[in-house]
Design a protein around this ligand. Structure first.
Ligand code: NDP
Ligand SMILES: O=C1OC[C@@H](O)[C@H](O)[C@H]1O
Length: 287
């Protein structure tokens, strides 16, 4: 550590070695206690290390759209995950999805999927304007829920879902996949261990050229009523990095600005600056 209290390059390198040796399955676990990342200490994320062999979980897929396809494709890599049913707005849609992915059950309504006794956990893959309705449907039926990002269009809807899951003692998780990237795990570890000192600024961004994949103006990305716009589709990614750096406390100030499309009224790009106690903060999104 230098005279200003900052860690030297060697300190950081030692932390990285400790991290890799304790997370590698081929090395014996390090005896040094692992620091608890901020989001876990604050109760935002539960500490439950991934295990290769866990109990088999029966998944039901709610919504047969684009990302549901990707999600089911990804689940195939997990031996303990079994997709037992899909529910869509129409039966033909559910059947086509089931046939593509060799899923045994197909339901022509979300209610029927939620009631399916074979389903233990529901993945909600509909557009975010419907997440609250569909997640509550599954929770009321006693199913655990993994809901696509963003968990909701309005903070108060997220609060209702979390409260209901707690009352029912069910798992409720937002599918914020970036949170589980190895590089993000590493960043969380480095922050918690103090290896990079006190974090005073965060700059995070996420942008993509929507004209490559999204039809303008018909795609949901440009549909205000369906929760379209850059903030809800991709702005949530950089913003989700803030609690990892600064904890679950609310920012003391939020300033935001963006460019709104005059035809569709969705935000095409934008930025947000979050200020936390002690003048720490950061933000930004674009698409
Ligand atoms: N994790 C990730 O990498 C990504 C996550 N997402 C998130 O996933 C969610 C779904 O996105 P995506 O798959 O691209 O969306 P889709 O446009 O494919 O729609 C998903 C499903 O929502 C339902 N739906 C679509 N349009 C309407 C409508 N007008 N009225 C009622 N229901 C409708 C349909 O369900 P049904 O099949 O039952 O008819 C559809 O299949 C979003 O919340 C998005 O933010 C998106 C991209 C990547
Ligand atoms: O959530 C998302 O929305 C936009 C996509 O391009 C991006 O890959 C995805 O993560």
């Amino acid at each position: 550590m230098d005279s200003n209290g900052n860690n030297s390059v060697e300190d950081v390198a030692r932390s990285l070695d400790a991290f890799f040796s304790s997370s590698s399955s081929s090395s014996p676990p390090s005896s040094a206690p692992r620091p608890v990342p901020l989001d876990i200490a604050d109760g935002l994320t539960l500490l439950s290390p991934p295990t290769a062999a866990g109990p088999t979980l029966n998944w039901g897929i709610l919504g047969a759209g684009r990302v549901s396809h990707d999600f089911v494709q990804a689940l195939k890599a997990l031996p303990q995950a079994r997709v037992v049913a899909v529910g869509a707005s129409t039966l033909p849609k559910a059947e086509a999805f089931a046939s593509t992915h060799k899923i045994p059950g197909a339901h022509g309504s979300y209610e029927a999927l939620a009631r399916d006794p074979n389903v233990q956990i529901v993945y909600v893959g509909t557009l975010h304007a419907f997440h609250k309705e569909h997640a509550l449907l599954a929770l009321e039926a006693g199913k655990h829920v993994l809901v696509e990002k963003p968990v909701a269009c309005r903070a108060e809807d997220g609060v209702v879902m979390v409260a209901r899951a707690r009352e029912k003692e069910l798992l409720f998780l937002e599918g914020m996949w970036t949170r589980f990237f190895p590089v993000v795990e590493m960043a969380r570890y480095l922050i918690s261990s103090g290896a990079i000192g006190r974090v005073v600024a965060l700059h995070a961004d996420f942008g993509f050229n929507s004209s490559d994949s999204e039809g303008y103006p018909d795609s949901p990305f440009f549909n205000h009523a369906l929760g379209g716009g850059g903030l809800l589709f991709v702005g949530v990614y950089p913003i989700s990095m803030a609690p990892l750096c600064f904890g679950s406390r609310m920012p003391t100030k939020i300033a935001a600005a963006g460019v709104v499309d005059t035809q569709t009224e969705v935000d095409l790009s934008g930025g947000v600056v979050l200020e936390y106690e002690g003048g720490r903060g950061g933000g930004g999104w674009q698409y």
